[in-house]
Design a binder for this molecule. Structure first.
Ligand SMILES: Cc1ncc(C[n+]2csc(CCOP(=O)(O)OP(=O)(O)O)c2C)c(N)n1
Length: 329
């Protein structure tokens, strides 16, 4: 097992904190204008909002091995992955706020973040990113260019046709692509065992002749190690692989979700295993970090997020007469 270096551990810790602070800020701001009556269209952040609190280890463990030239396609729950891939934070926040200074001029919103500078995109359509990831890997193979593609999906998406079609083609053509399943056990309110015929999705990799691994317990270093192997294999012409990660969604499916479907005690149990305090403690125990450094990293992460929120708040909305520019009509 290839463990991260101290520098890589500190990088992962910091990105997880940036992502968590970002989500905490978004959670607060999202509710502005939405009380006492919850109206999704109101407030500085209109529309649906899917937070990724709890899933940060998946993003940093994978993206620690990627550079800007590598491609990532993410899901409708994309913020943690966007942060770890290095998407421009100010422009990302502005996009979430629907502002002109956003990544896509405010036309995409939180589920459609696109940053060509770091080859990142995501989509509100389940499993949608898998085809483009395979396409990006094929283009690199055909052109003899370096770089791998990584497609993140939720476990619910593993029952979509696109999952099976893309795994087949990626294996057939031995493409430099890695499929990552963030298994948070829930597809909206549907438990995995109520939708999925097989207990663990990594087992499906064998049906397509590619390696599949399972990482238990949302373990940042173990995710890093699994990703190292899979991404090295892809970079060295060894073809695709699948990584299934047992993670946890600490928030509702979207903001406004009452979460009545969760068994009693589940949420408290998940929160008790919050991966960020756990990772902080691991780094303290390993002597990679001391309390003072941990506070300094946290302050830096907060500072980045505060700056991005300010940028988004102060940016202008697109002019109404330009609303239909850059979109399909
Ligand atoms: C093709 C498609 N079908 C249905 C939906 C509605 N939908 C949005 S999120 C979601 C559940 C996704 O579950 P999962 O893939 O496990 O991701 P998670 O929300 O748990 O991160 C569904 C069915 C959609 N966006 N796209």
């Amino acid at each position: 097992m290839t463990l991260p270096s101290n520098a890589q551990r500190l990088w992962m810790f910091e990105q997880m904190l940036v992502s968590r602070y970002l989500e905490e800020c978004i959670e607060r701001i999202y509710m502005e204008g939405k009380t006492p009556v919850f109206n999704m269209a109101k407030g500085p952040i209109p529309g649906e909002m899917h937070l990724s609190n709890g899933q940060e280890p998946c993003a940093v463990g994978i993206c620690a091995h990627l550079s800007a030239e590598d491609v990532v396609t993410a899901t409708h729950r994309p913020h943690h992955i966007a942060v770890a891939k290095g998407v421009h934070l100010n422009e990302m926040l502005a996009e979430i706020f629907g502002k002109q200074s956003g990544l896509s001029g405010g036309r995409g919103g939180h589920m459609h973040l696109f940053d060509a500078r770091v080859n990142f995109c995501c989509s509100g359509i389940i499993a949608q990113g898998m085809g483009p990831a395979v396409g990006a890997a094929l283009s690199r193979q055909l052109q003899g260019k370096p770089g791998v593609a990584v497609a993140f999906i939720g476990e619910g998406a593993a029952n979509q046709g696109a999952f099976h079609e893309t795994l087949n083609l990626a294996a057939l053509w031995q493409l430099p692509v890695v499929f990552v399943i963030e298994d948070n056990a829930w597809g909206i309110s549907v438990a995995k065992q109520a939708s999925t015929a097989i207990e663990r999705n990594y087992l499906r990799a064998a049906a397509y002749g590619m390696p599949g691994v399972f990482v238990a317990d949302n373990d940042t270093d173990a995710i890093f190690a699994a990703a190292f192997e899979a991404i090295e294999r892809a970079r060295n012409g060894g073809g695709p692989s699948l990584i299934e990660i047992e993670t946890s969604r600490l928030a509702g499916h979207f903001m406004g979700d009452g979460e009545q479907y969760r068994p009693a005690g589940e949420k408290a149990a998940l929160q008790a295993k919050d991966p960020i305090p756990a990772y902080r403690q691991r780094l303290l125990d390993l002597g990679v970090l001391d309390e003072q450094q941990a506070e300094a990293i946290a302050a830096r992460a907060r500072g980045r997020v505060d700056e991005a929120v300010l940028f988004a708040r102060e940016s202008a909305y697109p002019a109404p007469e330009e609303a239909l520019e850059m979109v399909f009509v």
